[in-house]
Design a protein around this ligand. Structure first.
Ligand code: SF4
Length: 156
């Protein structure tokens, strides 16, 4: 028999609905894709998919859109009035919104936000990150199982 899993803070039922988990819906504010210098890690598989999207070879994509950082290969950033935007952040197509220009092929780091280990460490941490991400705590509910699965995808 497997050992029962220890309860975590997001297993607690939500006051309004009595259901456990966390809510999230991106408002397309772009806050998570800009700011001070950072990184958006890309795996070899993600590079291949992104290169295909731009009809480039993986080598061409790597040269043009990535650089090496301490934690690994990252997409490059561009300096804007908002800060250092991810190179693929699109602030033009929908005025007042910031959308991902490679949404279907975005890296796992972006797909799993805000269900990262560093964010989920405690309710306090979640609330702290919420100050910068207005999508956290709104929208559809993610179950504790979904949250655990996404938390396990990247080391963030
Ligand atoms: S900070 Fe949150 S709401 Fe804003 S773009 Fe990022 S995920 Fe969406």
């Amino acid at each position: 028999m497997s050992k029962p899993r220890a309860a975590e803070w997001f297993d607690q039922p939500e006051e309004a609905t009595g259901e456990p988990g966390l809510r999230f819906r991106c408002t397309m504010c772009g806050n998570c894709c800009t700011g001070p210098e950072g990184y958006v890690l890309v795996s070899d598989e993600e590079v291949v998919a992104l290169a295909k999207r731009f009809e480039m070879t993986p080598g061409e994509f790597i040269d043009r859109y990535t650089h090496m950082t301490t934690p690994g290969r990252s997409l490059v950033e561009k300096q804007t009035e908002h800060g250092r935007d991810c190179v693929f952040l699109d602030r033009e197509t929908f005025p007042g919104k910031a959308v991902c220009g490679v949404y279907e092929d975005r890296p796992a780091q972006c797909r799993t936000w805000p269900f990262w280990k560093s964010v989920l460490v405690s309710r306090r941490s979640w609330e702290m990150f919420r100050r910068r991400c207005p999508g956290m705590g709104t929208g559809p509910r993610y179950s504790p199982v979904q949250i655990r699965v996404m938390r396990g995808v990247v080391e963030m």
